[in-house]
Design a protein around this ligand. Sequence first.
Ligand code: ADP
Length: 422
Amino acid sequence: MKEQKTMILIINCGSSSLKYQLYNPDLTEVAAKGLIARIGESGSYTEHQAGQMRARECRPVADHKAAFDVMVGNLMHSDLAVVDDARAITAIGHRAVHGGDVFMDSTLVTDTVLEELHACARFAPLHNPCNIAGIEECRRRFPGVPNVVVFDTAFHQSVPREAHVYALPYELYSECGIRRYGFHGTSCRYVSKAAADILNRPLEDLDMVICHLGNGVTLDAVKQGRSVDTSIGFGTFCGIPMGTRSGDFDPAIIFHLVKERGMSLEEVEALCYEKSGLLGISGFSNDMREVVEQAEAGDDRCALAVDIFVYQIKKTIGAYAAAMDGLDALVFTAGIGENSKEIRSRVCAGLGVLGVRIDERLNSMVRNGYPNISAANASVATLVVPTDEERMIALDTFRLVSGETRVPPPIAALEPTYAERV
Ligand code: ADP
């Protein structure tokens, strides 16, 4: 009989998509991964990858239950199947957006945990219900297999009161849970540990600012391994301007728009989440690559969108260095952080006052595996570290299911070229 492999399945169940990854047991390799997109919409499609082989298919996917059927088919019954049957899956890790102030860490799923997760849905009405649906579907399909849930908010539960309580009437905080929660915590946790590995220093010795710059943007102050301030707050549109989200602005503008311009609250909400940020300023695109290209071609509003983005990031780095009483490392990650040498260069220019100086030659060689782009005379290390939220979820799942702590292998060990530089 063929030897049955045992695998850890990672699920990211969103409102219209289901993403999955299947890890081998020692978490060094992704055996397969895939995406079911546009669930319940026209133009649904599925992508599945196993090793170097990829398959893409357009097919109707009516709902999340149908999406799970597709995932199981891809993993177990397709030409690119990697396991024989459901018994191969020994643990399942799930991403959940909001854990409120209840969950300080990832946790094994129980009925009580699910109830708490339902309660937290009042803070993330678009996301948590889908995350819960994914967990419930897995409990039905893989009975007896432990499920672990990993929260985007949990890493930021260490942010101290003076940084997470808003100066509103205190009862809103104590009775209604209105406070700064933060997001992208799974990414920031993974990247901060990976950065310490690259620097070959204990995480507990380092004060860092993580710049998670993707469609969503988080700047996170990580002092000795703990998040102590973070740019996203109660909702997900504040902090640094994002693809379509505004970032911080004076809330008096909301009253003005409602009272003087006759906008409904729903219209203002859509404006803040969907029509602002890079898209709102540029009037052209929410995609940084396109905005930068258009700015270089002479478009003034695209140039302004990039200027605002860079300025707000710089200002926040300075604020976080002050909040932490120092800065040892500045870390760029996610789509823009990992890929745009221009944005990295512009953010770092002028931060010499903090000890940040980058080597432009190394900055342009990141793609060749040079994560440390600091200049020789820098006192702050500037790094570019690819984020991997799924891997962080897999590590937590392994830890909680086995009771064994498995630290991520140093990035240097995974990417031989990194070792040359560090
Ligand atoms: P998400 O938050 O959806 O996971 P990503 O982390 O994939 O987002 O980041 C998407 C962003 O990264 C987009 O704005 C995209 O334009 C930007 N990006 C990707 N490559 C580049 C590049 N070479 N230069 C500038 N921006 C880039």
